[in-house]
Design a protein around this ligand. Structure first.
Ligand code: NAD
Ligand code: ZN
Length: 351
């Protein structure tokens, strides 16, 4: 088969590799129908994720059709079309039983880290993929949901919902600010409406992206290159700040922006993956009773979100900016990596 292979920092190629085979009785083999590229894949290509070794097939998102099942698999069959979760879950360990799949103790490659596709084992940017713990790690795609919508459920919609909205404890009436309107910040915006906030403020440097945020449900947009961005945000509250500030960028500056606009007793939910140490001024924050949360997505709400997408309670149309064929994946990487020029958001790659 063909696959997108990481060849070391700044090198990748679409090339022939051996077809995946069943290794464990709980494995399934899936023919990829649709996949996509994540910002994390760009980080890997820069060499920022040393756990990814040369020769690794990248990708951790997608929808596919089962072509083979292991001997222990009884609830899935050849021909089923399924959503792949970016996190693999054995379903039996202590963490899986709590729904904390991100720390599955049986994960292949590194017990305790559930994100293994395109990281510690071969991933989904390929014609076929081997999926460990098939029964507990994939979700049947209902007829009403397209493979492209299903692909948004592999990672970004659960990430925005679980680490942004739920960890941020958004409740009815809240004023919520979301800093960063990339695919993940937009996934926060697309799912936060399920909890009844009174206002959702999208904050980004790029006004194209805050416009997308409005299409997906933001009530207000603030461009943070404006000198008075903070005053603009406070003016949208009662003056005390937002109830929940969600960080969806991953740099110290945007985390500090969350602390700047959150009201006393409010929540800051950090979703961004940080590459550098971030300052945490506890000496100032403690007296404001600020709650801070963070985490790796579990995808334990994927099934709930799938129902909401099927019922059109979550808008997904505006996430996809470009569509390619699998054989054009190198071009898709090029377009995705120049998002500021190409206005790329999610690039869908169909077999
Ligand atoms: P992205 O790079 O596509 O989007 C980031 C957005 O932030 C862009 O629109 C950019 O214009 C904006 N931005 C940059 N600097 C800014 C600033 N100073 N002020 C305001 N806006 C600014 O990223 P993405 O794919 O949407 O992912 C967002 C973050 O979520 C990343 O750090 C990613 O690694 C992380 N992530 C976390 C998890 C998890 O499990 N916690 C899962 C997936 C992704
Ligand atoms: Zn487990």
């Amino acid at each position: 088969m063909k696959a997108l292979v990481y060849k070391g920092p700044n090198q990748k190629s679409w090339e022939d590799v051996p077809d995946p085979v069943i290794k464990e009785p709980t494995d399934i083999i899936v023919k990829i129908d649709t996949t996509t590229i994540c910002g994390t894949d760009l980080h890997i290509l820069k060499g920022d994720v040393p756990a990814v070794t040369r020769g690794r097939i990248l990708g951790h998102e997608g929808v596919g059709t089962i072509t083979e099942v292991g001997a222990a698999v009884t609830t899935l069959k050849v021909g089923d079309q399924i959503i792949l979760s970016c996190v693999s879950a054995c379903g039996h360990c202590g963490y899986c039983k709590q729904g904390v799949f991100s720390h599955c103790l049986a994960a292949e490659g590194a017990p305790g880290i559930g994100w293994i596709f395109g990281h510690l084992i071969d991933g989904t940017q390929a014609e076929y993929v081997r999926v460990p713990f098939g029964e507990t790690s994939v979700y049947l795609l209902p007829e009403e949901v397209s493979p492209q919508q299903g692909t948004l459920l592999s990672d970004i919609l659960p990430t925005g919902h679980e680490i942004g909205v739920r960890y941020g404890q958004v409740k009815a009436g809240d004023v919520v600010a979301v800093i960063g309107a990339g695919p993940v910040g937009l996934a926060v915006i697309a799912t936060v409406g399920l909890y009844g906030p009174s206002k959702v403020i999208s904050i980004d440097l790029d006004s194209n992206r805050t416009e997308k945020a409005k299409a997906l449900g933001a009530t207000d947009a603030v461009v943070s290159s404006d000198k008075d961005w903070k005053q603009q945000v406070l003016a949208l509250t009662d003056g005390l700040g937002v109830d929940v500030a969600i960080e969806a960028v991953g740099i110290p500056q945007t985390f500090a922006m969350c602390l700047d606009i959150v009201r006393p007793a409010g929540h800051v939910a950090n979703v961004g993956v940080h590459g550098k140490p971030v300052e945490l001024p506890l000496q100032e924050l403690w007296i404001s009773n600020i709650n801070i949360s963070m985490g790796l997505v579990n995808t334990n709400t994927l099934d709930i979100l799938l129902k909401m997408v099927a019922q059109k309670k979550i808008v997904t149309e505006d996430f996809v900016s470009h569509t390619f064929n699998l054989a054009e994946i190198v071009e898709a990487y090029d377009v995705f990596s120049r998002a500021a020029e190409t206005k790329a958001l999610k690039v869908m790659i169909n077999a």
